[in-house]
Design a protein around this ligand. Structure first.
Ligand code: THU
Length: 164
């Protein structure tokens, strides 16, 4: 008897610098980088900026907001996504860009979003019925992009499991 193996295929584009991105992605990532400077990260000293592009072309940003009671803080991705979704619930989110830097060491590889933020991205993809392009960058080094959360969170938990 043989075990059936199910395989998932995930795919990322790699760019050696921001200049290699298309103009729309470039603009979004620059905004994410700028948003790092307003991060409130007195505990980790790890500053993350996120930006989202909506279907009408507007861009909104967020950054990590930490708290002395650690779990009460929030990641940059969620700050940006929750803001956009709370203000413009009818507008689709086309893309999300993230960028980080730290005062402890230079981050020279792309930031990979935490599991909680992946789940939140997943929820908005389900809500709007279309994928969200995700651009991931560190402070330097290459940039990774993928066409949606399927590539970061395969076999994910969706509302269809709990909805009646
Ligand atoms: N953080 C983000 O904002 N986004 C991520 O994808 C990973 C981690 C924040 C949370 C916390 O404020 C700090 O980075 C260190 O974990």
């Amino acid at each position: 008897m043989s075990t059936k193996i199910i395989k998932f295929s995930i795919e990322f584009e790699e760019f050696e610098s921001v200049e290699k991105l298309n103009p729309l992605d470039q603009e979004l990532l620059v905004k994410a980088r700028e948003a790092r400077s307003n991060a409130y990260a007195p505990y980790s000293h790890f500053f993350v900026g996120a930006s989202v592009r909506l279907e009408d072309g507007s861009i909104f940003t967020g950054n990590n907001q930490e708290n002395a009671a650690y779990p009460s803080g929030i990641c940059a991705e969620r700050a940006a996504l929750f803001y956009a979704a709370s203000q413009f619930p009818e507008k689709k989110i086309l893309a999300l860009a993230i960028s980080c830097n730290s005062t402890s060491a230079e981050v020279n590889k792309p930031l990979s979003p935490c599991g909680g933020c992946r789940q939140v991205i997943s929820e908005y993809e389900t809500k709007q019925g279309s994928p969200i392009r995700i651009l991931m960058a560190g402070e330097s080094g290459s940039i990774l992009a993928c066409s949606g959360i399927d590539h970061l969170l395969p076999l994910r938990f969706k509302g269809e499991f709990v909805r009646k």
